[in-house]
Design a protein around this ligand. Structure first.
Ligand SMILES: C[S@@+](CC[C@H](N)C(=O)[O-])C[C@H]1O[C@@H](n2cnc3c(N)ncnc32)[C@H](O)[C@@H]1O
Length: 355
């Protein structure tokens, strides 16, 4: 097997408008993982590049994609191709790749209008690279021991070239999980919950925590997308909201709707989940979630922190600090999902369960 070439940094993809947040997070994570360097980014481009001062062979575990809040993609950087000719973009890319064999080719673009305009090129480049690498016997689809070749197409003549081993980068192009909205769903918000379940829980955790026999309280539940999705998984749900719930959700017979303020209500017995999508200040929501878990009103939490303010990175740190006492008993995971807008999603799951 080939040994990987050394990397000199990595590229990051984020939601457009969140470049400053991903840069702050990058400074913090690269320092705490002993990878000195600096981050380069521009507002509204949807990406950033970290240049490390020293080369490395394997991305430190703490920098792999599932440790980030604001990055949806993280790819170790082999090099950058500029001034590419439309007649032959592949030769300079293959020069960087050398004799390294790969298991997949993921051509990605930024999540911006400029990026979307390059999606046709991404498709044709993927096909052409696959054919060429097959001929060179450097393409072994699905071989888990081999890295995937990532191409970040910034323009027709400008491509960042990276290689990601299993677990380092998101397996989805652009780090974007495309989900289909079910026909009868009461709101698009279910996509956030479904993506959270797939991204923030392991398959075993999903099987254990999202099944019939489980119960949830859904704060800020109207019109009922999250409640509907939880009911589809077999849960019974208490939906808290002064606004109306959709008829279809109420007709499932698995939902009790209580019209009240989510900050002033709590149950008399333990539930499995507390979920919260209330449009409220994050500095009020995070301590509320901590109280639910500490008081034993729920075992696990899944909630959104809305971020309409300027200092979003600081606000997230402040909010997550409210959960620090729970870190001994719970896994806390936070991420800005593709279906999240100006918000992030947080999950707190007890450490010791059957999952
Ligand atoms: C984004 S919507 C929730 C969408 C819902 N998750 C879905 O899937 O359909 C936010 C909801 O929070 C509710 N809300 C805001 N503040 C609240 C509070 N203090 N108590 C209860 N509900 C609240 C609003 O009435 C609104 O229905």
């Amino acid at each position: 097997m080939n040994t990987l070439k050394p990397f000199m940094g990595f590229y990051l993809l984020t939601r457009k408008g969140f470049e400053a947040e991903v840069a702050s997070e990058c400074n913090e994570l690269s320092a705490s993982n002993d990878l000195p360097g600096y981050v380069q980014t521009k507002p509204h481009t949807g990406y950033a590049v970290f240049r490390s001062f020293e080369s490395y062979k394997r991305l430190p575990n703490g920098l792999c994609f599932n440790n980030w809040i604001f990055a949806r993609q993280v790819v170790p950087l082999l090099g950058e191709c500029t001034g590419l000719s439309p007649d032959d973009r592949l030769s300079p890319i293959f020069e960087l790749l050398g004799t390294q064999a790969v298991s997949n080719i993921i051509a990605e673009t930024t999540d911006t209008n400029d990026g979307k305009a390059l999606s046709g090129l991404a498709r044709s480049l993927t096909n052409a690279a696959r054919q060429a690498l097959k001929k060179l016997n450097q393409y072994h689809e699905g071989d888990k021991r081999l890295p995937a070749l990532h191409l970040l197409i910034l323009d027709g003549d400008h491509i960042l070239v990276g290689l990601a081993s299993r677990g380092e980068a998101s397996p989805y192009a652009g780090g974007i999980m495309h989900l289909k909205l079910p026909k009868d769903a009461p709101s698009r918000a279910i996509l956030k919950l479904e993506e959270a379940a797939i991204s923030l829980l392991t398959p075993d955790e999903r099987a254990y925590w999202l099944r019939s026999g489980m119960s949830a309280v859904d704060l800020g539940a109207a019109p009922g997308g999250w409640t509907w999705w939880l009911v589809q998984q077999g849960l019974v749900v208490v939906a808290i909201d002064n606004a109306n719930m959709s008829e279809a959700v109420m007709q499932t017979g698995q939902v009790e709707h209580i019209r009240t303020d989510g900050f002033n209500w709590h149950p008399c017995h333990t539930n499995h989940w507390i979920c919260c999508d209330m449009v409220e200040q994050p500095q009020r929501v995070a301590p509320l979630m901590a109280t639910w878990l500490k008081e034993g009103w729920a075992q696990a939490a899944l909630f959104n922190l809305k971020l309409p303010m300027k200092k979003r990175y600081l606000m997230v740190q402040e909010c997550l600090a409210c959960l620090n006492d729970l870190r001994e008993t719970h896994h806390i995971r936070a991420q800005q999902l593709y279906h999240d807008r100006e918000e992030i999603t947080v999950v707190a799951l007890p450490n010791a369960t059957g999952a």
